[in-house]
Design a binder for this molecule. Structure first.
Ligand code: ZN
Length: 79
């Protein structure tokens, strides 16, 4: 009987941890989706994606650029 209980409690702990990790993972995805939803291009409605300045005096700076770049060159500075 004691052995049986030990096995059960040993099983419960990892599944609880896994569940918590899963919830955190889902929350992270939900947050990402909300962030994307708020960052839509005001010109074409496509999601804005985080880009980095590749050259020039602002090299290394990050900004929001339209994911439809090339056909749409809308950008937004990070607030
Ligand atoms: Zn756009």
């Amino acid at each position: 009987m004691k052995v049986c209980q030990k096995i059960q409690s040993g099983r419960l702990k990892p599944s609880l941890k896994t569940h918590r990790d899963h919830v955190q993972h889902v929350n992270a995805i939900v947050e990402q989706k909300q962030q994307v939803k708020e960052n839509v291009c005001q010109k074409c409605g496509k999601p804005m994606i985080l880009r980095t300045v590749r050259s020039g005096s602002n090299q290394g700076n990050e900004f929001w650029g339209c994911s439809g770049y090339a056909s749409c060159r809308s950008i937004r500075p990070i607030a």
